[in-house]
Design a protein around this ligand. Structure first.
Ligand SMILES: Nc1ncnc2c1ncn2[C@@H]1O[C@H](COP(=O)(O)OP(=O)(O)OP(=O)(O)O)[C@@H](O)[C@H]1O
Length: 253
């Protein structure tokens, strides 16, 4: 019953000839919540981008839902929340509009949204605790609420696999709790999660397995490291801030 959702075998990725991932083998099976940990610059984001085909692998293989990546087309089965959204400034989109855009892969661009689309958007807004902000411009939300909006956008597509790059970095405590709850519900409904994290915080009880990337290889794959000490985790490097300041909003200037 544990079918592989993601399989990476001996994956190698480099930028401009400089190797970042040297030999990565990883299998994520249905229902798992796998956290990728590691020092700054160790290649965590590169690993999930390689899994999604956003950066090419120069050796090895990636398989998604039993299909080689190069032949995989069922992208609606995957929801992806990148590390930072960058642009978007000045677009007066409401929370609901942003979340509804997560339905596009499901319904096709030319078909108007139907009841299933609306109810999926409502469910996603509720899951992250933003139903009461649905009509507000995203630019008026806190950074944590904007991050929750992006997570709701991914959930609205009703994916089977969620891939998230540092979903709680720089996010306020309430948003972290809301996100942990949404993740728990998602997994309870049969979803699978692969996420990059620096600090697990409220996510810790939801994580079923931790993978630590070190110098382009997997240094640990198994139990979530001891809470006392993410300081004791391999490669913890003290570069990142230890508090969760609200950053400038993703959509504000
Ligand atoms: N598009 C790119 N072009 C060239 N080098 C890159 C690119 N993206 C990442 N790198 C480099 O690859 C290495 C791994 O980066 P990556 O973002 O995967 O690490 P990370 O573990 O996610 O780091 P962080 O915790 O800081 O987000 C770093 O040295 C980074 O500078």
């Amino acid at each position: 019953m544990t079918s592989p959702v993601i399989t990476v075998e001996h994956g190698v990725v480099g930028y401009d000839g400089r190797p970042v991932l040297r030999d990565i083998s990883l299998t994520v099976t249905a229902g798992e919540v796998v956290a990728i940990l590691g020092a700054n610059g160790s290649g965590k984001s590169t690993l999930i981008r390689a899994v999604l085909g956003l950066v090419p692998i120069s050796a090895g293989s990636v398989t998604l839902f039993d299909r080689p990546l190069r032949r995989f087309r069922q992208w609606a089965r995957i929801g992806y929340v990148p590390q930072r959204l960058g642009a978007g400034g000045g677009v007066p989109a409401t929370v609901r509009e942003v979340v509804a855009s997560g339905r596009l892969a499901r319904r096709g661009v030319l078909r108007p949204p139907g009841r299933a689309d609306r109810s999926a958007v409502d469910a996603a807004l509720g899951a992250v605790g933003l139903a009461d902000r649905a009509g507000d411009p995203v630019s008026t939300l806190s950074g944590g609420q904007q991050q929750r909006t992006l997570i709701a956008r991914a959930l609205a597509g009703q994916p089977e696999l969620l891939v998230l790059d540092e979903p709680t970095a720089g996010v306020d405590a309430a948003s972290q709790e809301a996100f942990a709850g949404a993740l728990r519900d998602f997994v309870g409904d049969g979803g699978t999660v692969l996420l990059v994290a620096h600090e697990l915080g409220p996510l810790r009880p939801v994580i079923s397995r931790a993978v630590v990337v070190h110098e382009g290889r997997i240094a640990h794959d198994g139990a979530v490291p001891d809470p006392a000490g993410h300081h004791a985790e391999p490669d913890h490097d003290h570069v990142h801030p230890h508090c969760y300041d609200e950053p400038a909003g993703l959509w504000s200037n």
